[in-house]
Design a binder for this molecule. Structure first.
Ligand SMILES: [Zn+2]
Length: 299
């Protein structure tokens, strides 16, 4: 039997997804269930085993390896979960080795932001480039960095926690305990709160109204673009990417925010960095699955 397929598993605080992919990064079968957060790590491992059986079916013998994408921070050296804010009770859990044993496959573990960055780099908006920063703006802000043709990992694989760059010392307290983090100011929940304070049902409604020309909604969107522009300026100066790729729920409004983002980059970035394009991600919420499966293909 030729082992030409890989399994991608994307562990999220809300959804657990699995897919079987071929060597071209194409998803052949995919399935998602609600993550059994309350059941804890052992219950979720059982869900992963079941999902694997469901998506692989008669292709089980063709699987060569599995990749698991998980929220961080993770201890990638030891393949363990660390203090995952959305998944209580996982601290120190040997996710990689446990799954290796249950699936009887080689397993690679990766931070969700880095996995998604790898997906967009190999098969999406950053294809063919040697340097890229991927930023996802949704419930949180995460991402990953490709530098000189390699994924950037850093100590224990924790590099690229973009959401926790401090951009306003007087900003709100972040979920990480810090103050004024990029995530605490510019992620979906922060935007939704500001939108609700202005009478909109949620963030999505504000974007919709901005598209229809509502001045209050446009001001909210402009403010969001301003914060994203601040963060992106730092990313340009730190990593000197060929492109900044933006994914996550809020990226559906990227076209509306682009003038504001470009304005801030024009104003605050050093001249040599101003021309770097900011573009929308293309793989949507499959970026993590595709990226981690690509890592499994390299095992
Ligand atoms: Zn933070």
């Amino acid at each position: 039997m030729v082992q030409d397929l890989t399994l991608g598993i994307d562990l999220g605080g809300t959804q657990l997804r699995a897919a079987v992919l071929n060597a071209k990064g194409e998803i052949l079968r995919r399935k998602a269930v609600a993550t059994d957060v309350v059941g804890g790590p052992h219950a979720v491992i059982a869900q992963m085993v079941q999902l694997t059986a469901d998506v692989s079916g008669d292709w089980r013998d063709r699987l060569r390896a599995a990749g698991v994408s998980s929220p961080g921070p993770l201890d990638l050296e030891n393949g363990r979960a660390s203090d995952l804010p959305t998944l209580p009770g996982w601290f120190g859990f040997p996710l990689r080795d446990m799954l290796r044993e249950k699936l009887d496959l080689p397993v690679v573990l990766e931070n969700d932001g880095v996995a998604a960055a790898n997906g967009e780099w190999k098969y999406g908006a950053g294809r063919g480039l040697a340097n890229m920063v991927y930023v996802t703006v949704s419930t949180g802000i995460g991402g990953g960095v490709v530098m000189d043709g390699h994924l950037l990992h850093g100590r224990r694989g924790m590099a690229g926690h973009i959401g926790h760059m401090m951009i306003d010392p007087n900003g709100p307290i972040c979920g990480c305990g810090g103050r004024g983090c990029f995530e605490g100011i510019a992620a979906g929940p922060a935007f939704a709160m500001k939108a609700q304070a202005q009478g909109f049902a949620d963030g999505k409604a504000a974007f919709k109204q901005a598209r229809l020309g509502n001045a209050t909604a446009k001001a909210l969107v402009d403010e969001e673009a301003e914060w994203l522009g601040f963060g992106f300026c730092s990313l340009l100066h730190l990593y000197s990417p060929d492109v900044i790729v933006v994914g996550g729920g809020l990226s559906s409004g990227l076209d509306l925010m682009m003038p504001g983002i470009q304005y801030q980059i024009g104003k605050h970035a050093m001249t040599a960095f101003k021309a770097v394009p900011v573009v929308a991600a293309v793989l949507g919420d499959n970026a993590g699955l595709v990226g981690v499966a690509a890592l499994a293909m390299e095992l």
